[in-house]
Write a protein that binds this ligand. Sequence first.
Ligand code: S3P
Length: 427
Amino acid sequence: MEIIIRPTTKVTGKVKLPGDKSISHRLAMLGAIASGKTEISNFASSQDCHSTLSCLHALGVPVEVTADHVTITGRGLDGLQAPHEALDAGNSGTTIRMLSGLLAGQPFSCTISGDASLQRRPMKRVIDPLFQMGAQIQAREDNFPPLTIKGGRLRPIRYVLPVASAQVKSAILLAGLFAKGETSVIEPSRTRNHTELALREFGADVKENGLEVSVMGRPYLRGIRAVVPGDLSSAAFFLVAATCVAGSELLIDEAGLNCGRRGVIDVLSAMGAEIEIFSQGQQGGEPIGRLKVQSAQLRGGKLAGEQIPGIIDEIPILAVLATQTENGLEIRDASELRVKESDRIRAVVDNLRGMGASVEEFPDGLFVPGRQKLRGGRIKTHGDHRIAMAFSVAGLMADGETVIEEAECAAVSFPEFYEKLRSVTIG
Ligand code: S3P
């Protein structure tokens, strides 16, 4: 499906966000191995989270879905059943990596794979620690899905993560629930801590000490009622659109403001964005707030090092924003972007060039000069949701029409994206 985006004169109104994708995955997985019912409101509409629900269903977990409400009848720590066929994680790296942690603790063998993009994503990062804990995992070329996981008795480990990845940290913590004793993970820099917060809500004993996080094995997890905060990564497209289009003002309610996710707000504000945050308290240990954003001229700058994990999913849209800054934006230490749903550095560079912008590409990032006029063009999304949405926003500020190819991929994280974008733009 192709979608045509036309320039807008302003971005205005209010956006209701879908439930946070990262948090929804975690609540569903923990609900599955807890005792009793877990009731989740504002569960993410994202296709990725629905991949997680179907995998859990295939593992014998009763899952009921009505509108944005999900009820999971937990099977307890030892209640998952061997599936009849291979599990399908679709496009979702979070599903395959985190479920690998759960599957490592099961007394059966099963296979998990996904679509063509997922089959190109590196899995050695979860295979190595789970192997050290006692699971046997086969993978294509020892690195790529399909993964066949033979779980069993696990031993706790203390693992130093070579890459900053919340998915890998979470896979190890989930496996740690099945090991007797304390499992610890040390991160090279801080990543989102949704798993730690959710584990506590379900009753697990989790300790955080600097960059080290530990969980005690064999806890009693009990089902919970939870409301999922709005997805800040989805909000980022609207924050940038309203910032870049002169005369805009937009309200976004109940956005999740987890310290590992709000990097995009901090980075935009540091460059001169007009974003006001009104705290709306907490939901399930996760801070939430209302955001009011108005258009502003941003300075630009450099993003690198420890800042990167906190904005990893927002880099495509920040690269689009960079064209509208005064001094441009350099992004470094972000080579992880090359192994996301697509090679996002490549995809951003090619599409920005296709819109007439100049960009310099580095192995670990890019430099986008500021004050550039974009012209409409054809966007190759490579089936990557964040590329589709980032370049839809680019289309709002370009001359002429922008055609988004394979636009339906936005549904991987944000099925309502185009409808919401239309509702706050004029043109
Ligand atoms: C996620 C972690 C990040 C992020 C992904 C969601 C999570 O991946 O890019 O969209 O929910 O833990 P990595 O852990 O690979 O950095």
